[in-house]
Ligand binder design. Structure first.
Ligand code: AMP
Ligand code: MG
Length: 319
């Protein structure tokens, strides 16, 4: 199969309606899309990405009024957050209705719903008239794609079409928020920050960033978003910048804002990965606001920490 980059959303919508999978641009990263109500189509997403079957998918819909079709017990806070941030990069985890096939939610009784703002994705949603399941359009565990060309590198020969929407304007995934028994938790940090959500709800938002035993959110896996080249944190990035040799440096703290750091995160990791360095070093950005999402991706992409003592280098690998 030869994968084609296309510009026509009608073709993409036609594929979804036929039960095929197609890569689509979103404002966050590129997604690998299928009709969420068609279990065979959704299965193709798991098979193509080699995604483990315990990892639920995000279901994309066009409008907040669609939430009631697929979820129950929707708290008022969902509507309050959506008022400000949807369409956009927030995903709401809610108790699911039976109409959502089990394969979409990996058998769990909640469904993750998002209203994307990207005009091309929205056009495909409108033309299809069905909810669209779409995880990031990369092989499982690898760096998320932020251009059509990135998707081609990940999935060439595995899918027929990639709808080209240019570079994703946000570049980092949505914030996944769950609402359970009156509590609000961030399951995955993303573009919309904990502070943003707390401003709206007026109360503290918890964080579940590491699942004890059960995976309620794939974003919680310890290794994800990873380059093939090992990535290590260092406290001494200047040492590596000044050192000639086959070591890559990704320093996101050089960007003028956390938004810019987030926008360039996956693109910079991908660029460094393609150089086939022996390893890549990086450092955390400020751990506040959007910096939390950036640091979370770096931590999951990394193999551990590299230390320098008396000019010699040693590695502490992540467990
Ligand atoms: P990706 O593979 O990059 O699209 O990531 C999918 C994201 O979907 C994960 O990181 C989860 O946070 C989220 N997700 C999907 N369904 C659920 C669910 N039912 N409960 C919790 N998180 C979910
Ligand atoms: Mg992903």
């Amino acid at each position: 199969m030869k994968t084609k980059i296309i510009n026509n959303p009608d073709t993409a919508a036609g594929e979804v309606l036929k039960g095929n999978i197609v890569a689509l641009p979103t404002e966050t990263v590129y997604g690998l899309a299928a009709d969420a109500l068609n279990p065979e189509a959704v299965l193709k997403i798991y098979e193509t990405k080699k995604r483990p079957d315990f990892n639920p998918l995000i279901v994309h819909v066009g409008d907040i009024s669609d939430f009631e079709k697929y979820a129950v017990n929707i708290p008022a806070e969902v509507y309050a957050i959506a008022e400000k941030f949807s369409p956009g990069p927030v995903t709401y985890v809610l108790p699911k209705k039976d109409v959502i096939p089990d394969i979409v939610t990996a058998g769990i009784d909640t469904v993750a719903l998002r209203i994307p703002s990207h005009p091309l994705f929205r056009e495909v949603l409108r033309k299809c008239g069905c909810p669209i399941a779409a995880p990031s359009a990369n092989m499982f565990g690898r760096i998320s794609p932020t251009t059509a060309e990135d998707v081609l590198k990940e999935l060439s020969g595995k899918i027929d079409f990639i709808l080209d929407g240019g570079r994703c304007p946000i570049g980092i995934e949505s914030t996944v928020v769950s609402f359970e028994e009156g509590n609000i938790f961030i399951l995955r940090h993303g573009y919309v920050t904990k502070e943003d959500i707390e401003k709206i709800t007026g109360r503290e938002t918890g964080e579940i960033t590491d699942a004890a035993g059960k995976i309620s959110s794939p974003g919680m896996l310890k290794s994800h978003y990873a380059p093939v080249t090992p990535l290590y944190f260092t406290d001494n990035i200047e040492y590596f910048k000044n050192k000639a040799g086959n070591i890559g440096v990704v320093d996101l703290s050089l960007y003028r804002s956390l938004k810019e750091a987030a926008l360039n995160l996956f693109a910079d990791l991908r660029k460094a990965d393609e150089k086939k360095y022996e390893y890549i070093v990086t450092k955390r950005v400020d751990n506040k606001d959007l910096g939390r999402a950036v640091n979370d991706r770096l931590a999951k992409a990394s193999s551990g920490t590299v230390m320098i003592e008396n000019g010699s280098v040693s590695f502490l690998n992540k467990k």
